[in-house]
Design a protein around this ligand. Structure first.
Ligand SMILES: [Fe+2]
Ligand SMILES: [Fe+2]
Length: 254
């Protein structure tokens, strides 16, 4: 558990950094681009944003290597006082935990940030591109305090984003997840995995994706097709009264 003091009437700023797909070899290309250079290009904009917390929402690594997790750790550790993480389908939870535990990063599953609660859910399973939340992985949602606004982070999209190439690998059987949220104070569900910007809504709960820091794809395509969106991430501002806003952070100068 991590707690930051609640600052009266001031929002907290959070950055969701996703799908960096780093490899053991820092020169490795991901979909024809340098994953390391693209991630590094975001540093000035993240500094300017000065987030209180960064959530790494999975696919930190392309090859689940300790080297890739150490390099991500080195990149983010001085960019926010709180770094939280959850795995994606390309990650390996145990290897991530070895590295990120040593760096003092937080895997939740519930964190307090200002007057908000964040739930970090693990939808990734070995050797499966699609995600699933079974009863055990949904259980942290029951720890949410009823009287405090909350956000959920999860790697896989819990609803179709309208992109055939990635909607093939969604959060499967999402009904128990949505049912579980019915009586929870969750204002937004944020996910990665889709390598594009998505903003929608289900059952009155906002659903938003963070684009990839490495490579983003066109929505309307049968297979991954590079889009014009460069290295990016998503920011949130969370007010104590439950209001929030969000936007996309891009490389400075874009
Ligand atoms: Fe990804
Ligand atoms: Fe993914």
């Amino acid at each position: 558990m991590t707690s930051l003091p609640a600052t009266a009437k001031q929002p907290v700023t959070l950055l969701q950094l996703s799908d960096s797909h780093l490899s053991a070899d820092p020169q490795a290309l991901y979909r024809g681009q340098s994953a390391d250079a693209n991630l590094a290009s975001l540093r000035p904009a993240i500094r300017e944003l000065a987030p209180e917390a960064i959530v790494l929402s999975g696919d930190v690594s392309e090859d689940a290597s300790p080297e890739s997790y150490w390099r991500m750790g080195g990149f983010v550790r001085d960019l926010a006082p709180v770094i939280a993480w959850l795995p994606g389908n390309h990650d390996e939870r145990a290897t991530m935990a070895d590295v990120f535990d040593e760096l003092g990063f937080d895997a939740g599953p519930i964190l307090t940030l200002g007057d908000w609660q964040l739930a970090l859910l693990d939808s990734a399973w070995p050797n499966r591109p699609e995600g699933e939340l079974d009863e055990e992985r949904l259980a942290p949602l029951d720890e949410l305090e009823p009287g405090m606004p909350a956000m959920v982070f999860v790697h896989h999209q819990p609803l179709p984003v309208g992109a055939p190439w990635i909607d093939k690998y969604p959060l499967i059987e999402p009904e128990p997840f949505w049912k579980r949220l019915a009586d929870k104070p969750v204002r937004a569900v944020a996910f990665g995995h889709v390598h594009q910007v998505y903003e929608g809504e289900k059952n009155g709960i906002a659903c938003l994706s963070a684009p990839s820091s490495a490579a983003n794809g066109e929505r309307d395509a049968p297979k991954f097709t590079p889009s014009d969106l460069g290295p990016s991430a998503r920011w949130f501002r969370l007010w104590p009264d439950g209001r929030w806003e969000s936007g996309i952070l891009e490389t400075s100068g874009n």
